[in-house]
Write a protein that binds this ligand. Structure first.
Ligand code: FMN
Length: 453
């Protein structure tokens, strides 16, 4: 069974001061400084549920961005994803004050043994009544690997190989360890569960040895809804096999780029026996809503004026693993000698439509590149265009929180609802059921191979 296609909406956030749009945390109209408190999170969850959002998506990293100028100093000064608190621990409080909103959080396969992680996830899936999703990442910050006991960051290929095994272990625990019907809750005969229906997993692999059985009884979704973000060839193959939702960030002007990633991953998924509609794709965009076009433009100009180029360079340097501190920011892109540059910088420059701009302009335009600025109707038009090009939904990036989401919900959501693009009310059931029409993974997903009976 597959639910009819509708536009999906997530809010993109992180349990830290400054997430994507660096420098804006100093504004009076944002609650980023309160991130250690309950109030901004539970209030955000209530706002998003009022706006019929599908989920709050929480990013995470397990290390410092310390590539820029060879140190973490800029990241620390700018609160650029550090300090960063645990995203999963926010979820119970937010789930308690909501009924339908989903909660996706990021956890790297390097950070927690799969046996422990599977129990954490099952606990959250129980407490949220099936509203939890896992964004599977493999880590890219060397500092994360150094602090998690790996020394150097394992090579890209090795990280994905580890991720494949990590998922196998968790699938065995979530899907195969406790049979349906294992839990009896028979107060009369004083039998809580049937030992014959609870099985060890006996996993012995390259990275993990896990006896099992799973310690949690089956939760509403068993395996949580699976998100993935990563667009290298290996990342796409991984998504095609495992992911149900894929987070992509292509340039706002590149509908074709998004379509080609979607087509590639869907084709690979079909090759593995899955259906094209088993995977939904989310594009990252940042709406700047105004009552009039002039008001929206003025808002955008104010955000751009406050963006921190230093913070952005620290973020970008860490993300691509290249110190951009050595680059002369005020030289036009045409003056860079391509041959001598690392691939990541060449790609960055290649992405600029106008090569006469400076590297500083390029960094700022990347920051601004995800902004969709205009009246509610104009923003709805842009989202509809993406949707019609094959993107299923959006991870909306904030400039100010919760203001960006409040403006979007008050202005854009009613327009999208009037066009029949987004939901007006939630359907009952767990998160996977709300998006795909069934609470459990379909039989054609690799996790289902571990089911018994
Ligand atoms: C849109 C997007 C969001 C991501 N969010 C996170 C994150 O929150 N935490 C993290 O550790 N990695 C994050 N990543 C990194 C990826 O999961 C992946 O590890 C990285 O992109 C390298 O994989 P790739 O080479 O296949 O692209 C994100 C990547 C993308 C494209």
């Amino acid at each position: 069974m597959t639910a009819p296609r509708r536009m999906l909406l997530n809010a993109f956030h992180m349990n830290c001061v400054s997430h994507i749009q660096q420098g804006l945390w100093v504004r009076d109209d944002t609650r980023q400084l309160d991130y250690t408190q309950f109030a901004p999170w539970v209030e955000l969850a209530q706002i998003l549920e009022k706006g019929c959002f599908d989920a709050l998506f929480l990013a995470d990293v397990m290390g410092l961005y310390d590539t820029y100028r060879g140190s973490a100093a800029t990241s620390i000064i700018e609160a650029m994803q550090v300090p960063v608190n645990d995203p999963a621990l926010l979820i119970p409080a937010m789930a308690y004050v909501t009924e339908h909103l989903g909660f996706a959080f990021t956890s790297s396969v390097l950070q927690t043994p799969p046996f422990t992680f599977a129990r954490q996830l099952s606990t959250l899936d129980h407490l949220t009544r099936g509203r939890v999703a896992w964004n599977i990442v493999t880590s890219y910050l060397p500092n994360a690997a150094a602090s998690l006991g790996y020394g150097a960051l394992p090579p890209h290929e090795a990280r994905y190989a580890r991720a494949d095994e990590y998922l196998d272990v968790t699938y065995k625990l979530w899907e195969g360890s406790w049979e349906d019907g294992a839990v009896r809750r028979d107060t009369h005969r004083r039998i809580y569960a049937d030992p014959d229906k609870i099985h060890p997993i006996h996993h012995v692999g390259t990275h993990y040895t896990v006896a099992g059985p799973h310690l949690s009884e089956p939760s509403p979704q068993r395996t949580p809804l699976l998100f993935q973000a990563g667009s290298s060839p290996r990342g796409r193959a991984f998504a095609a096999k495992h992911a149900e939702c894929v987070f992509i960030v292509t340039s706002r002007h590149s509908l074709r780029g998004a379509s080609s990633i979607i087509h590639d991953i869907r084709t690979q998924a079909v090759g593995l026996g899955r259906h094209p509609e088993d995977i939904r794709f989310f594009q990252g965009l940042s709406p700047v809503v105004g009552g009039t076009e002039a008001e929206a433009n003025a808002k955008e100009a104010a955000y751009l004026a406050q963006f921190s180029t230093e913070g952005a360079l620290a973020h970008l340097s860490g993300s691509i693993g290249v110190d951009l501190g050595a680059i002369d920011l005020d030289c036009p892109l045409t003056s860079f000698a391509f041959d001598a540059m690392r691939g990541a910088i060449t790609d960055l420059i290649a992405s600029a439509p106008d090569k006469t701009v400076t590297f500083r302009d390029l960094v700022r335009s990347r920051l601004a590149g995800q902004l969709v600025t205009g009246t509610p109707e104009q923003i709805a038009d842009t989202l509809q265009e993406w949707f019609e090009a094959g993107v299923d939904g959006f991870n909306l990036v904030y400039s100010v929180t919760p203001g960006t989401f409040v403006d979007f919900i008050d202005g854009v959501v009613p327009v999208l609802q009037a066009r029949g693009l987004v939901q007006r009310a939630y359907t009952p059931g767990p998160l996977r059921q709300k998006i795909f029409g069934q609470a459990r993974l379909p039989a054609r997903h690799p996790a289902a191979a571990y089911r018994r009976g």
